[in-house]
Design a protein around this ligand. Structure first.
Ligand code: F6P
Length: 473
């Protein structure tokens, strides 16, 4: 394979290599390092509106060139806060009630993608292989082709893809779908997303289906496949073992005084079902008075995308729910929910996961959800905790030994919390073992390799998450 070029909305800081970087960044870095690669994206910074053409800052580290550009305020508002996070994000998470199809944002979105393409096209070499990540950059491949780029280009969507009846509610459904025909390989998290996407292509009459997961459109064959993303299981398990002695984790243990810990960790996002989760926990307390005073639920929720109005509204709602439940159930020496609106270091979280009897991962919809996998990786093999996992997270495909719940069904989630708190050790070990082995095989390095192998293999390769899972089991 030629030089690998990765393009993503955010680019991790070059110096960020350890556990705090997260498995995805570590795996991509490893792949980039091997080929002396290039990683291009937004710096996360705002340039002055009249700053002229974007200035790209590059830095070479570990045989990788990191290239980042600032976005002016208008671009940021229209491309990132607007189209990406007020139209695409809710739409692809099945939340038609929250979408905002502002025309101004649509043109900003395509304009910024064209700008990224312009910057990338001039840096590409003939044998480069381009890997584009996530919903912010869907049209990038088409913009590159429009500039004469003929290199292999793959795209991976980290979030879900909805069925046609949801997707076609967007005014630009055809325009966006057409841009996918620029890619050689389009990867999704699970087969369900692939099926939904293929149904959208069919319904819009885009190209001709030439195989179960291949289409011929715009003069090229596009292949689709599911590549369930993983984590670096061994590294995270190691981090968790070490983190139990960290001061913050020790403080947490001391403060529990033998009570069982239930933990939830999510970005503050409506897709994560945090409000429903708190309500389910309230039902658990109501249904099991004997558990009051003996269980503590820690919800760690760093703020995210606060400039987007729907996020600010949700922030208020969740704080109110937590406050109301605590007001109703707290005792002089016990608070049922500890709600933290801040970031905790990734390595420290690993230690908290390890001590938690129950991990609550109950998104209303999620592409994969790596917290679920991290919770499993962090457990003590001799005394593991129980994962309560939403059926609507991509991770539920692999982690089917978790207690799977419908997060909209508050009573069922409450019952799963009780089952998790009460579960005997033998059953916890048996469930955990199956999940640990599976995520160990489908780790993030394997994910990265399998996507790049498929991209490199050309039109003949067909892929599906089931074949990947079967190969691994
Ligand atoms: O999983 C989707 C995603 O957009 C990631 O690409 C990103 O790291 C994460 O959500 C956080 O979002 P943001 O970059 O908007 O803070």
């Amino acid at each position: 394979m030629g030089r690998l070029v990765v393009v993503s909305n955010r680019v991790p800081p070059p110096a960020d290599k350890g556990a705090s970087a997260g498995g995805l960044a570590v795996a991509l870095r490893a792949a980039l390092k091997e080929t002396g690669g290039l990683w291009l994206g937004w710096s996360g910074e705002t340039a002055a509106d009249d700053a002229g053409p974007p200035k790209v800052r590059t830095r070479l580290e570990d045989n990788i060139t990191f290239a980042v550009l600032d976005l002016c305020k208008q671009d940021q508002e229209e491309y990132y806060q607007g189209f990406a996070n007020r139209a695409l994000w809710p739409l692809l998470h099945y939340r038609l009630d929250l979408v905002d199809f502002e025309r101004r944002d649509t043109s900003g979105f395509f304009r910024v993608n064209a700008m990224f393409a312009e910057e990338l096209a001039r840096r590409l070499k003939p044998d480069d292989v381009v890997w584009v990540h996530d919903y912010h950059l869907i049209p990038l491949g088409a913009e590159l082709r429009a500039r004469g780029v003929r290199n292999p280009i793959g795209f991976f969507l980290h979030i879900p893809w909805p069925p046609p009846d949801v997707f076609f509610a967007s005014p630009w459904h055809r325009r966006l779908l057409e841009t996918f025909t620029a890619y050689d390989l389009v990867g999704f998290q699970i087969d369900h997303d692939v099926d939904n996407f293929i149904s959208c292509l069919r319904r819009d009459g885009l190209g001709e289906q030439t195989g179960p997961t291949t289409f011929f459109a715009g003069g090229r064959t596009i292949r689709m496949g599911a590549f369930p993303i993983g984590i670096d299981v061994a590294a995270f398990a190691e981090t968790a073992r070490g983190a139990v002695d960290s001061p913050l984790v020790r403080r947490m243990v001391d403060s529990l005084r033998g009570r069982a810990l239930v933990v939830g960790v999510d970005r503050l996002d409506y897709s994560k079902g945090i409000d429903q989760r708190m309500l389910a926990y309230e039902r658990f307390l109501k249904a099991h008075p004997g558990r009051r005073g003996h269980v503590v639920y820690l919800q760690v929720t760093p703020k995210s995308r606060s400039e987007v109005p729907e996020y600010a509204a949700m922030q208020r709602e969740i704080a109110e729910t937590a406050g109301r439940i605590n007001g109703s159930y707290s005792d002089i020496d016990w608070v049922p929910i500890r709600y933290l609106n801040r970031t905790i270091k990734h390595a420290t979280l690993a230690g908290l996961y390890r001590m938690a009897r129950v991990g609550l991962v109950t998104p209303l919809r999620d592409g994969m959800n790596l917290v679920a996998k991290e919770y499993v990786a962090a457990q003590d093999p001799e005394d593991p905790g129980v994962l309560v996992l939403s059926r609507f997270a991509g991770a539920a495909r692999e982690l089917d030994s978790a207690l799977l719940v419908n997060p909209y069904d508050l009573d069922a989630t409450a019952a799963a919390i009780e089952e998790g708190v009460a579960m005997p050790r033998e059953e916890r070990i048996a469930r955990w073992r199956t999940m640990y082995d599976r995520i160990g095989r489908n780790n993030v390095h394997e994910w990265c390799r399998s996507f790049l192998r498929a991209l490199d293999a050309g039109p003949a390769a067909g892929v599906s998450d089931l074949t990947i899972l079967k190969k691994a089991s």
